[in-house]
Each structure stands twice: as C-alpha cells, then as structure tokens.
Design a protein around this ligand. Structure first.
Ligand code: PEP
Ligand code: MN
Length: 359
C-alpha cells in the first residue's frame, strides 16, 4: 500500500471542518480544565482538545513543557468535557507515555518532521497501534521531507494519517511568523487528495489578527479543518502568548467561517486554489522586484562614485534581448515582457537618479 491508496476514514468520524483547539502548552490542571470548560460552554463545534506537554523551544532555559503530569490533565479534559485529545510527540518515550495515557491523536511537530531519525523512531514506537497521527510540515520548505515522514509512518503500518500546514520559517522578517508558502501545501494536496489537511493559522500568523483570514483561505481551497491555539488567559500564556485566543474569540472565529464545498472537483475549490497560487506568486514577484531595486541602488552608488552615466544603452539592449527571448521560450508575448521591463527599467533609473542627486 502506498500513500495515494490510503482511505483515511478517521476524518469521517468528525463533522467538517474539523476543529482542534486548546493551549499551546499545558501549564496547570486549572488552566487546562478552564480552557476546556469555556470552549464547551460556547457550543462551538470543537471535538478535539490540543495541548503541548513537551515543548520544543528554539533556545534553552525556557519553559519546555510540564511533562508527563500534563497527560493526566488531558485525561481529565476528556473525561469531564468529552473531548478527544491531541498532543505532540517528539521521541519514542513521548509516544509510549502518550499511548499509556490514552491520548487519541498524536502530532509530529515541525521541528521533528525535518529529522528522518526522529520520525523513524516515532513511527517504530507506534508500530502495531491504530493511532491517528498528524504530521506538521517541516520548518524548511521541503515537500519531499514532509511526504517522507508520512511514508515512514505508513512503513510501520500507521494508516490513519493527516497533515497540518503551519507555515515555513524564513530569515527575512515578513508579516507572518511562518510564511504560509501555500504552493507547497497545495502541491501536497494535489498529489495526495485523500490525506486530510488541516491549517494551523496560529503558528503561521504568530499573532491574533490574521487567524480568521488564514483559516478562511484554507477552507476556500478545500482544507478539512484547523488547529487553533486557545487559552483561558492568552496574555499570560507560558508559550506563544501573542498568538493564542480565548475560547470566546475562537467561537466567534468559527461562527464567522464560511464553509465552502470540500469537493475538490468542484469549481469553487479549483478557483480558490488557483487564486491562492496567484497571490503566492504575486507575493514572490514583489519580493524579487524589491531585491532587484536594492541592487539598482548599489549600482547607482558605484556609478556615482565613478562618475558614470546612469543610462547605459548597451546594457539595456542586453536586458531587452534576454527578456524577450525568455518570453518567447516560456510562451509569452514579446510585447508584454517588453512593457513590463520598460516599467522596471524606468523605476530602476529613478532609483539610481535619487542616489546620484542625493534625494
Ligand atoms: C505547537 O503546535 O505548539 C508547535 C510547537 O508547533 P510547531 O511544531 O508547528 O512549531
Ligand atoms: Mn505553540
């Protein structure tokens, strides 16, 4: 059996979109029970409660999770409020402890998905169980690594699988904590339409304001659900405080979601996916143009220092030639690319002029 043949019926036990909510980290029994109670009291349809018990932190000496004691609190959440429960596992010990404590769903975090040894260890510890395992995308934009992690789980007989899109780290500061890079997740979705995909807007946004838009965008392109960090007192959270929301805000967010058809063969799903890809590419085009203009500034400085004229007809000829040739090679009209490059060139001259005359 390969990944494409998996049925992944586990998701059908839940109505869709499937919502998973709960704190980034389990902190205390009262924090867990209060968060669970308040989610229940909103009547929002949230069947699964999440909480990190072991926390992978970028730097040492921070809060690294409460450890196994938190598993008892997850159990209480299940018993008292009827949630299924979910937590992150990052090694075989975590798996054994979580299995022992009857956690329903396990996920592999972004920092673990990058490491084939870790994934293999987790997969082997799960062998012979029927657990549902969700695999977050790796922190780096590598589709093969993400798929490889699922193959390792399937290789050990784990067949109830799903993925979580939580965005990718970048060195550049952007408005996201982790750049969504939708194209990678949508490539995954095109290759494995049967594997349920959830969005993790919390770790993509890193703040509270973008959560609803990212979640809606994901539903528009046919994701089956979301995992959203929710805390009884977000401002005081011991980890990821800035992105967590209260149960009441969560409930509003869920209430305002427009549930689109999840039928990927449907027109809306296709349209949404194409539009997201276009926005993603536009984002990259703008980034590239900005980098190009910064190089123009450097050229402007060099020309200034060496008293050289800004407009160099020979160079412009070379650019026009390679641009139009590439246009034809890639099936676009020469005229279209000429127009675009004229605009870019004009702006580049403007940027250099500003440098020359110290504007
Ligand atoms: C988390 O879900 O709390 C978490 C640590 O996420 P990620 O692995 O996506 O960073
Ligand atoms: Mn978190």
């Amino acid at each position: 059996m390969n990944l494409k043949e998996l049925q992944n019926d586990w998701i059908n036990a839940f109505s869709q979109p499937l919502m998973i909510a709960g704190p980034c980290s389990a902190e205390s029994e009262s924090q867990m029970l209060e968060t669970a109670r308040r989610i229940r009291e909103t009547n929002a349809n949230v069947p699964i409660f999440r909480a990190g018990i072991w926390k992978p932190r970028t730097k040492p000496n921070g809060f690294e999770g409460v450890g196994v004691i938190g598993l008892n609190w997850l159990k209480k959440v299940k018993e008292e409020y009827g949630f299924k429960t979910a937590t992150e596992v990052a090694n075989a010990h975590h798996v054994f402890a979580a299995l022992e404590a009857d956690v329903d769903i396990l996920w592999i975090g972004a920092r673990s998905t990058v490491n084939p040894f870790t994934v293999q260890e987790i997969a082997m510890a799960l062998r012979g169980t029927e657990k549902t395992v969700l695999v977050k995308n790796p922190v780096n934009p590598d589709l093969a690594l993400w798929i490889g992690a699922l193959e390792r789980l399937l290789g050990q007989g784990i067949k109830n699988l799903g993925v979580i899109h939580r965005g990718f780290s970048t060195y550049q500061k952007t408005k996201y904590r982790n750049n969504p890079n939708w194209q990678i997740a949508l490539d995954f979705k095109s290759q494995f339409p049967n594997i349920p995909m959830l969005i993790d807007p919390s770790h993509i946004c890193g703040n509270r304001t973008g959560l609803a838009d990212i979640t809606q965008e994901a539903l528009n392109v046919g994701y089956q659900g979301a995992i959203i960090e929710t805390h009884s007192n977000p401002d005081e959270a011991w980890s990821d405080a800035s992105q967590q929301i209260t149960p009441e805000v969560l409930s509003d967010l869920i209430g305002n979601l427009k549930v689109r058809s999840t039928d990927l063969a449907g027109f809306e799903g296709d349209m949404g996916r194409h539009r997201t890809l276009i926005s993603d590419i536009d984002f990259q085009l703008i980034e590239l143009l900005s980098q190009r203009m910064k190089i123009s500034e450097k050229i402007g400085k060099l020309k200034k220092e060496n008293d050289i004229a800004i407009f160099q007809p020979e160079r412009w000829k070379v650019i026009t030639e390679y641009a139009t040739q590439k246009a034809v090679e890639t099936g676009m009209s020469k005229e279209f690319i000429e127009k675009i490059f004229k605009a870019i060139h004009e702006e580049s001259i403007e940027v250099q002029n500003n440098i020359m005359i110290d504007r």
